[in-house]
Design a binder for this molecule. Structure first.
Ligand code: KIV
Length: 296
C-alpha cells in the first residue's frame, strides 16, 4: 500500500507524569488536568495537548459502547481499551478504572484485577469507587505496590442505590459522611480522590482537609484538579449533557457533515479523483492489453 505522509508538527517531549507530580502540583497549588480516553488516536491527541493524566474511565460503557450505565462493563472491556490508550500516550499518568464487581467481592479479587491493569493494560494506577466500605480493597491494592485513586460523591456504579445519576453530599449528614470517607481513603493510601457532583463548598472544604489532591467533576473550582469525560467535552455523546460539562466542540455535527459530504461525493462520482487513484505506466498497460487480446 502506498501512503501519503501527514504534516506533523513536532511535539516537544515531556517528562512522564507520576503520582509524585500530582502531589507536587497540590503543594504548589497548580491545577491538575485529567481527561478520559478510550482509544489510540484520542490518547495521542490528549497526551500531545499536555494533559497531566488520562483516565480510561468505565464511562466508556456509555459513551463508546452505548450501554445505559457503566454496570455491564467487564475487566476484558477495560483491558482492551487500556492497551490502546497506552500505545498512544507517552507522558500522562495513566489511570485504569476498575469496573463493577472487579473489586467489591474480595480484597484478593481486587488485587488480581488491579494487577491486570498494570501488567496487561499498560496503566500506571487504578481508580475505584466508594468510601469506608472499600478500605480493605484499597489497602490490599496499595499493599501490592499499585497506586489507587478514590472516587466519592456520585459514584455511577451505585446508580441504582443512589436512585439515579444525582448530585450527592447535599445534606449536612451526607456532607459529613463524605468528608469522613475522604479522610479514610487518604489514610488507606489513596494518592488522589475524584469528587463527582457534590456542592462546590463541600468539595473545597474536603480538598483543604486532605494532603492528597482532589480531582473534581461537577464539584466546582475549589478542587486541586479537574476531569471531564472527553466525549462530553467534544460533543460526541448524544444522550444528555451533564450540567457541569463545558462543551468545547461539536464533533457529532462535524462527523455528520464529513460523512454526508463523502456520500454525496461518491454518488456524484467526484470521489475518488485522480490523486486518490493508483497509476500504471502506459507501456505496461499497453502490454497488458496486447497480452489479453492475443489470448482471445
Ligand atoms: O468513568 C469515568 O470516566 C469517571 C470519571 C467521570 C471520573 O469515573
Amino acid at each position: 500500500m502506498s501512503t501519503v505522509p501527514k504534516n506533523s508538527t513536532s511535539i516537544p517531549e515531556r517528562k512522564k507524569v507520576t503520582t509524585r507530580t500530582f502531589h507536587r502540583k497540590k503543594v504548589k497549588r497548580e491545577p491538575i488536568t485529567v481527561l478520559t480516553a478510550y482509544d489510540y488516536p484520542t490518547a495521542l491527541a490528549v497526551d500531545q495537548a499536555g494533559v497531566d493524566s488520562i483516565l480510561v474511565g468505565d464511562s466508556l460503557g456509555m459513551v463508546v459502547l452505548g450501554y445505559e450505565n457503566t454496570l455491564p462493563v467487564t475487566m476484558d472491556d477495560m483491558i482492551h481499551h487500556c492497551k490502546a490508550v497506552a500505545r498512544g500516550a507517552k507522558a500522562a499518568l495513566l489511570i485504569g478504572d476498575m469496573p463493577f464487581m472487579s473489586y467489591q467481592v474480595s480484597a484478593q479479587d481486587a488485587v488480581r484485577n488491579a494487577g491486570r491493569f498494570l501488567q496487561e493494560g499498560g496503566m500506571d494506577a487504578v481508580k475505584l469507587e466508594g468510601g469506608r466500605e472499600r478500605l480493605d480493597a484499597v489497602r490490599a491494592i496499595v499493599g501490592a505496590g499499585i497506586p489507587v485513586m478514590g472516587h466519592l460523591g456520585l459514584t455511577p456504579q451505585s446508580v441504582h442505590q443512589l436512585g439515579g445519576f444525582r448530585a450527592q453530599g447535599k445534606t449536612a449528614a451526607a456532607a459529613k459522611r463524605l468528608l469522613e470517607d475522604a479522610l479514610l481513603l487518604e489514610d488507606a493510601g489513596c494518592f488522589s480522590i475524584v469528587l463527582e457532583s457534590v456542592p462546590a463548598q463541600l468539595a473545597e472544604f474536603v480538598s483543604r482537609k486532605l494532603a492528597i489532591p482532589t480531582i473534581g467533576i461537577g464539584a466546582g473550582a475549589g478542587c486541586d484538579g479537574q476531569v471531564l469525560v472527553t466525549h462530553d467535552l467534544l460533543g460526541l455523546f448524544d444522550r444528555f449533557i451533564p450540567r457541569f460539562v463545558k462543551q468545547y466542540a461539536n464533533f457529532h455535527a462535524e462527523m455528520q457533515r464529513a460523512f454526508s459530504e463523502y456520500i454525496a461525493d461518491v454518488q456524484a462520482k467526484s470521489f475518488p479523483a485522480e490523486e486518490h487513484t493508483v497509476a500504471m505506466k502506459a507501456d505496461e498497460w499497453e502490454a497488458f492489453q496486447l497480452s489479453v487480446n492475443s489470448e482471445q
